[in-house]
Every structure is written in structure tokens, then in C-alpha cells.
Unconditional design. Structure first.
Length: 201
């Protein structure tokens, strides 16, 4: 084999290597541009269709996700009636691909995750906001905070409101407060324990 043949063989080998690198970089760039959904992430989506049994949502990546079964049942009637085809909203990815090739999504978890992020910001800013009392337990009253429920211990209820509550049992003290407006601030947030403490004082 002369020197020219040796060089030719070397050039061919380098050419093949360059072609392989080009193919690998092309595939890598394609996979990056597709931006496949990942479990646990929040993505922007657009509602494609709404039926009794499922909601189809376009989430990019040339794919549609589905909200169905238990995830659909968790939505309140008010939340479902507010949804419209073409509406853009945040969705939570539960399973990137199930046995049927669908991306399984949750609206409720997206609502909650965004709500937790909001309350974490509100406690830092010491924001006071208006809401309403939606329930009670033996230790105090419960108020709505977006998609979450916040607890107001009896010690954090204003003196004027406590003066209106009489009786030995929680039902006697707090039942008549349900539905009333209330201004509160957030005093404790623990997302892992799903603990959200409010104060009216």
C-alpha cells in the first residue's frame, strides 16, 4: 500500500467519523427541539376539546395530553364550567406516556402547585388579602386561599370576631361564620406537610 492509499483510507475514516458526529448532533438537536414532557413539570397548554369523560390539551411537542378519570373528577363543577376550547392554561405532567401513548395531565395539581408558589411569595411580602370562611374545626376556622385551604387558629381570629362567637362546641362558635368575608395574612407555609396558617390579627 503506498502513501496515497494510506492517506485516502485515513480520510475516509475521518469522513465516516464526521458523518457519525453530524448524525449524532442532528439527533441531539432534534430531541432538544421536540422538548418532550417530563413527569412533575408544569407546562403551558391549550384546550383542544372537552367531553364528559376527558379533556384533551395540546402541550406542544406535537402531542396532546389528557385529563381523565380521577384527575377529571377532582375538578369542581365551577372549575369545569370555566374551561373553554382554545383556552391557554397551566397543566401538571403526571405520566409522560401511558400504555396508550397518551401524556397524562392534571389541572388540579397545576392549580395547587401554582397556589403554593403564590403563598410562598405572599408570606415574604406580608400581603394582606380578602377571602371568605369556608369551614371550621375544633381549633379554629378555615379560609380559601386560591386552590388551597388555610387554617386560622382561634388565637389568630380577631377580637371582634371572637366576641361574636359563643358556645362550648365548635359548631356553636364557628358555624355562623362560614361564608363571611375575612381579611388575613399568611404566617406559616409548609408545602411538604400541606400546612398553611393564616392570621386575621
Amino acid at each position: 500500500m503506498d502513501q496515497n492509499e494510506t492517506l485516502s483510507g485515513t480520510n475516509n475514516a475521518q469522513g465516516d467519523q464526521n458523518n457519525n458526529q453530524s448524525m449524532e448532533s442532528l439527533l441531539a438537536s432534534e430531541s432538544l427541539s421536540i422538548d418532550l414532557p417530563k413527569a412533575g413539570e408544569i407546562r403551558k397548554g391549550t384546550i383542544a376539546s372537552i367531553s364528559q369523560n376527558q379533556i384533551l390539551i395540546s402541550i406542544g411537542a406535537k402531542s396532546e395530553g389528557v385529563v381523565a378519570g380521577k384527575e377529571l373528577e377532582q375538578l369542581t363543577e365551577e372549575e369545569r364550567s370555566a374551561l373553554q376550547v382554545g383556552q391557554e392554561l397551566d397543566v401538571f405532567v403526571i405520566i409522560p406516556e401511558d400504555n396508550n401513548g397518551n401524556v397524562v395531565l392534571s389541572l388540579k395539581r397545576a392549580f395547587e402547585q401554582i397556589a403554593w408558589e403564590n403563598v410562598e411569595k405572599m408570606i415574604t411580602d406580608e400581603t394582606v388579602f380578602d377571602t371568605k370562611i369556608i369551614g371550621f374545626n375544633k381549633g379554629g376556622i378555615i379560609a380559601a386561599v386560591g386552590a388551597l385551604r388555610g387554617f386560622i387558629p382561634s388565637s389568630q381570629i380577631s377580637a371582634s370576631r371572637r366576641a361574636q362567637s359563643t358556645g362550648d362546641k365548635p359548631e356553636q362558635r364557628y358555624q355562623k361564620m362560614v361564608g363571611q368575608p375575612i381579611s388575613v395574612r399568611i404566617v406559616e407555609v409548609d408545602r411538604e406537610r400541606r400546612r398553611l396558617i393564616l392570621s386575621e390579627r
